[in-house]
Design a protein around this ligand. Structure first.
Ligand SMILES: [Zn+2]
Length: 480
């Protein structure tokens, strides 16, 4: 099956065709000029991945040779657990865990650990997606889930695959995490692998960056846990009995949310998977007074079947300038979809307008946009204000620290620009880690901070042109 095609629900124009006045919906049938609606509901390419057979054989041989050299390590029995997800970002926010392992051995049938269908047939790991190749280009770190020893690495392969091809080799890292367990980290960004075989790593050490190298059609991390040569599901639930390997296991995230959003001048076109992932449409939230076609792209997660949508555009005085409602025609829940709308609006007043979208009755989008008098007044604005939080808030020696940015996925930036975050970690005021990331979290590896050390994380958001205001979080490390 080719993975390049994206599925359009043809003719699903829920609100009528682009620029057509919808007569069947009373709210839009008034004589008001502006009109528009849904251009397309695009179902995302299905995320499926694997490892090229020859590369699989190589990794297995490397593990076998390693195990032979280190028999004591593999045999050591220890309590095995994960205290954090080994990728920068927040699950259910800028990361989306689309596939767990498949607990149904029958071919053609699928079930994840919780007996739902967040997996695909035969899947052996966790697939967590980042939002697009734009975020991949900035960088989304992948971390060692536990202390360990690096067994195998591979780098140098192309990393923007959108078509499944079993011949594509992945950039990868395999780590011996002790007790006979191995962590496989696949599909990394080219030239991002930051460790080498034999290297001892602590939990939270950056192994590489998220990519779409190898047998992959989405920018994502495939994180697989193996014990004694067999893959296993770390999460426990009705379809995977026993203990969870997560110290704090999260649920399968099935709630609807909007993962990304922007407006643009003119209609937005998403003709293929490449554009889906590498959409370079100029984003904006500032329009010049007059009649203007405004395009809208919203990246949706867990879109319920036949979800209702109610759109409203308000003038600076709060009057409804456009309103319409309808229903998406997706017959089943879409894990990953995007909706593209376009409106011809008579932007006849300078000031702050507002766009609101209710999905299934919930106000999912509520964003301001500006109308100015002349083109000269269209100016870039820095990213919106963020706050930063460290967790755990009272860390003890040996724990991995997480620095988390709080912002809105929809309006990280007032112009809907893609935002990068510059993280700077200090211990007792000395910089110990700094990087630019697209993710809403970064980690400080275990063992770096000692008792009584003051740890701080400073984060500066930026779009392509300007820096936003820094946010700082700090704490002190306690003895164990
Ligand atoms: Zn996978």
């Amino acid at each position: 099956m080719a993975g390049s095609a994206i599925r359009l629900h043809g003719g699903i124009a829920i609100l009528g065709c682009f620029l057509a006045v919808v007569s069947s919906v009373p709210a839009a049938a008034e004589t008001r000029e502006p009109s528009g609606g849904l251009v397309a509901l695009v179902e995302a390419p299905e995320l499926k991945d694997s490892i090229a057979p020859d590369q699989l054989a190589e990794v297995q041989a490397a593990i076998a040779a390693y195990a032979k050299r280190n028999p004591a390590r593999a045999g050591k029995d220890e309590a095995y657990s994960y205290s954090f997800f080994p990728q920068a970002g927040i699950l259910g926010r800028d990361l989306f865990l689309n596939n767990y392992t498949d607990q149904d051995p029958s071919s053609g049938l699928i079930r994840d650990f919780d007996c739902s269908e967040y997996t695909y047939d035969g899947h052996q790991g966790h697939d967590s997606l980042i939002r697009s190749f734009r975020e991949q280009a900035i960088g989304v770190p992948v971390f060692a889930a536990r202390d360990g020893v690096v067994v195998q690495t591979h780098d140098g392969e192309p990393d923007m695959n959108t078509v499944w091809d079993s011949r594509n080799r992945a950039n990868l890292v395999v780590v011996d995490h002790g007790g006979g367990y191995f962590g496989w980290y696949l599909h990394l960004k080219r030239d991002s692998v930051a460790v080498s075989p034999g290297q001892v790593v602590t939990a939270g050490t950056q192994l590489g960056l998220t990519g779409s190298s190898g047998f992959s059609d989405w920018p994502h991390l495939h994180f697989e846990t193996q014990k004694d040569g067999r893959w296993l599901e770390p999460s426990a639930g009705p379809c995977r009995p026993g203990e969870s390997l997560w110290l704090s296991q999260g649920p399968v995230l099935r709630d609807f949310y909007v993962a990304d959003f922007y407006l643009a001048r003119g209609e937005i076109s998403i003709p293929d998977a490449e554009t889906f992932f590498l959409d370079e449409t100029a984003r904006t939230a500032t329009f010049v007074k007059g009649v203007e076609t405004v395009g809208l792209r919203a990246d949706l997660r867990n879109l319920p079947a036949h979800a209702t949508v109610h759109l409203r555009i308000l003038t600076p005085r709060g009057k409804v300038a456009y309103e319409d409602e309808g229903m998406f025609e997706n017959p089943v829940l879409d894990h990953l979809a995007l909706a593209v709308f376009a409106f011809a609006l008579n932007l006849d007043a300078v000031g702050t307008w507002r766009l609101q979208a209710e999905i299934n009755g919930d106000l999912a989008v509520n964003v301001p946009f500006r109308v100015v008098a002349t083109t000269k007044q269209v100016k870039n604005r820095p990213p919106n204000r963020i706050t930063a939080r460290l967790s755990p808030s009272k860390p003890v020696e040996g724990q991995v620290l997480t620095c988390e940015v709080q912002t809105s996925l929809i309006s990280e930036d007032p112009d809907f620009d893609i935002v990068s975050y510059r993280y700077e970690w200090r211990i007792n005021n000395r910089v110990v880690r700094s990087l630019t990331s697209a993710a809403l979290t970064d980690l400080l590896p275990a063992g770096m901070a000692k008792p009584k050390d003051r740890v701080s994380c400073r984060v500066v958001p930026a779009d392509a042109k300007s820096l936003g205001k820094a946010a700082v979080a700090m704490t002190m490390v306690e003895a164990q």
